[in-house]
Design a protein around this ligand. Structure first.
Ligand SMILES: [Zn+2]
Length: 303
């Protein structure tokens, strides 16, 4: 029997459409993933190979990143899309479906969360380090806006001293006070910790990592973390990294996700978005150029 070619073609198209739709249902349904308002069909690329590029989790190595040499560029939108609220940390940890709670094996306290994909990578890194006698403990992970605001406000008001000083009394200038806090703490809405991709490991003092056990841990991370996708964005300041936070040997970023998030951040979040936020000293974000100098004040290989 000879089948009618048009009939076969019809069913082939119908079946392939069903398969494509199945691939896309999960990310589209996730409230944390914001696709453009266009109908989903219009977002679908024309061939199946490039379908991977719009799947947000587990396929990020295939993401095509636009260059980010200008802030708020007109370049094509990043393929991985999250909401502007997500990028600025405006969510509740327990409701954040992209994140997993970190098991106490890996963290110093309960109730820490991080992005599922970054967590999977961390667990592999943890095991590899353990085999070589290195213990990696997460001491800070995903931090939403309201938590970052609490840290910032405590330093701003003098409730928490910075270098032994009450900054509210010691530095009356809004801009200078913000710059002092920015040595080690992000303005709310600008932290990489908002994304669940960045973690602090073992200790929050550089001196810990400069001798003994801490140095062994840091040396191991420098030699091996990249194999698991983790990189140090806040390296030593100097000609290669003139702006941004001081060096943080404890802060490691899962770049397969953090890079696309950074690119989307640069395209969608403006300085006006930051100055409009409700934390003390938010207006100083503009003269400090907090996006250009701090969000982008990272090691070149993290951009
Ligand atoms: Zn950190």
């Amino acid at each position: 029997m000879v089948l009618d070619y048009t009939f076969v073609k019809y069913w082939a198209v119908a079946i392939s459409l069903f398969i494509c739709a199945s691939c896309q249902i999960t990310p589209v349904k996730d409230p944390n993933i914001v696709l453009d308002a266009n109908p989903i069909e219009e977002d679908l690329p024309s061939n199946e190979d490039s379908l991977d590029k719009i799947v947000p989790e587990g396929k990020t190595d295939q993401v095509v990143r636009p260059k980010t040499d200008t802030i708020k560029s007109n370049m094509p939108k990043q393929e991985i899309q999250v909401s502007r609220d997500f990028l600025m940390g405006k969510y509740r940890l327990a409701n954040q479906k992209l994140f997993s709670k970190i098991d106490k094996t890996y963290a110093n306290t309960a109730n820490r969360y991080m992005h599922k994909e970054a967590y999977d990578a961390f667990k592999k890194m943890y095991e590899a380090a353990k085999k070589e006698g290195i213990k990696l403990q997460i001491v800070s992970a995903a931090r939403p806006y309201h938590q970052q605001k609490a840290i910032w406000s405590a330093k701003w008001t003098g409730k928490r001293k910075v270098d032994g000083e009450n900054l509210a009394k010691a530095i009356p200038s809004i801009k200078e006070r913000a710059l002092k806090i920015l040595e080690y703490s992000s303005m709310p809405g600008t932290s990489r910790h908002h994304w669940g991709t960045d973690i602090d490991i073992n200790n929050l003092n550089n001196s810990y990592f400069e001798k003994g056990k801490g140095k062994q841990e840091y040396d191991w991370l420098v030699a091996n973390a990249a194999n698991f996708g983790f990189h140090q964005p806040y390296t030593q300041k100097g000609a290669a990294r003139p702006n941004g936070y001081e060096e943080e040997k404890w802060h490691w970023s899962y770049l397969p996700l953090a890079q696309p998030y950074l690119n989307q951040y640069l395209q969608e979040i403006t300085i006006e978005d930051i100055t409009a936020l409700d934390f003390a000293g938010a207006k100083s974000a503009a003269p400090i150029q907090v996006i250009e100098h701090y969000v982008l004040g990272i090691a070149e290989n993290c951009k």
